[in-house]
Design a protein around this ligand. Structure first.
Ligand code: UT7
Length: 319
């Protein structure tokens, strides 16, 4: 049996940090409200001259270095992003050119905050069928550019960043299973409705969210999908060493941990310093905990995410 094994992780956060105190000067909000309702204290923002591909490249180079893998050895590059640099080519092709890889498959995945899990699962399938030996999967976002900085209900939530993993075909256990879902019936609860037509942005280009509805759905969907992942592998909660959740709101994270009967000490939490970085949030959290030594080889990780679409999913990984 061939598995996809994560052999390196990388992350990148832009230098500029925006604190809740600074947000208090922009909109009618408070550090107390933001922290109590979301767990966020600060978020990173890309510089004006940085593009999503710049963030993706930094994270990718760190993951490749950790994996001791040369970009030429990649057969597949996937970038999960909601904020591509161009309508086309894909950010994955832009990244491929930066890395000097010629000929690997390269494409973007758009599943908003669940994008990294979708991309990881796609790479896993290519590896399992023997089509691909090594793949680079990146979640990269400059979500701050989709945010209306006068709308307090959304602008306090998001941040920019990128996370990456290199996965390789292996006889040793790696990705055990992935469980992905979507329901487009919820398309209007979290959306940027604009489109590009005749060279112009047509419609509203800012993030619109019915936060409360998204919150309730997220708690329900994540509870179900983490159960689904455990049941499919005939495991119970005690098998999980680390929950690596999407970092949107500490209250959603805590509800999922509670459902799993996992103490918060077994949950990787970066939301306080990262905010919601959409497709970048899970690989960024993973990279933080791998580099600080909490996540160790051989441990069982449960990754989960939910986002616009709605899309949601979980991936169980023997690290
Ligand atoms: O990544 C994809 C998934 N996205 C998410 O998971 C986000 C899910 N949603 C959430 O995290 C939460 O719903 C929010 C953090 C967005 C909002 O928290 P909430 O507890 O659901 O608050 P709410 O929307 O029910 O608003 C409560 C009050 C309202 O005032 P009134 O109507 O009760 O007077 C809002 O106007 O809080 C007010 N409010 C704020 N006050 C201070 C909303 N935003 C702010 C703010 N500062 N930034």
């Amino acid at each position: 049996m061939t598995y996809s094994r994560i052999i390196g992780t990388g992350g990148y956060l832009p230098e500029k940090i925006l604190t809740n105190a600074e947000l208090e000067k922009l909109v009618d909000t408070s550090d107390q409200w933001i922290f109590e309702r979301t767990g966020i204290r600060s978020r990173h923002l890309a510089a004006e001259d940085q593009d999503t591909c710049d963030l993706a490249e930094e994270a990718a180079r760190r993951a490749l270095a950790a994996a001791q893998c040369d970009a030429h050895q990649l057969d597949l590059i996937i970038v999960a992003t909601t904020t591509p640099d161009r309508v086309f080519p894909s950010t994955a092709c832009l990244l491929q050119a930066r890395l000097g890889n010629h000929g690997a498959m390269a494409f973007d995945v758009q599943a908003v905050c669940s994008g990294f899990l979708y991309a990881l699962s796609i790479a896993d399938k290519f590896i399992k069928t023997g089509t691909v030996r090594r793949a680079l999967i990146v979640g990269a976002e400059i979500f701050s550019r989709l945010v209306d900085w006068t709308d307090r209900s959304t602008c306090v939530l998001f941040g920019d960043g990128a996370g990456a993993v290199v996965v390789e075909a292996s006889a040793e256990q790696g990705i055990l299973s992935s469980h992905l879902h979507a329901d487009g019936a919820y398309k209007d609860l979290l959306t940027v409705p604009a489109r590009v037509t005749q060279g112009r942005l047509n419609g509203d280009g800012f993030t619109k969210m019915q936060g409360n509805e998204v919150f309730k759905f997220a708690v329900r969907a994540l509870s179900r999908v983490v159960d689904e992942a455990l049941t499919a592998n005939q495991l119970d909660q005690s098998a999980i060493d680390w929950l690596v959740p999407h970092q949107a709101n500490i209250r959603i994270i805590a509800a999922t941990a509670k459902k799993l009967k996992l103490p918060m000490e077994k949950v990787i939490v970066t939301v306080s310093g990262h905010g919601n970085t959409s497709a970048a949030s899970v690989p960024l959290a993973l990279d933080v905990a791998v580099r600080d030594g909490r996540i160790q080889r051989g441990q069982m990780l449960l990754l989960e995410a939910v986002g616009g679409g709605f899309t949601w999913g979980a991936v169980l990984v023997k690290f």
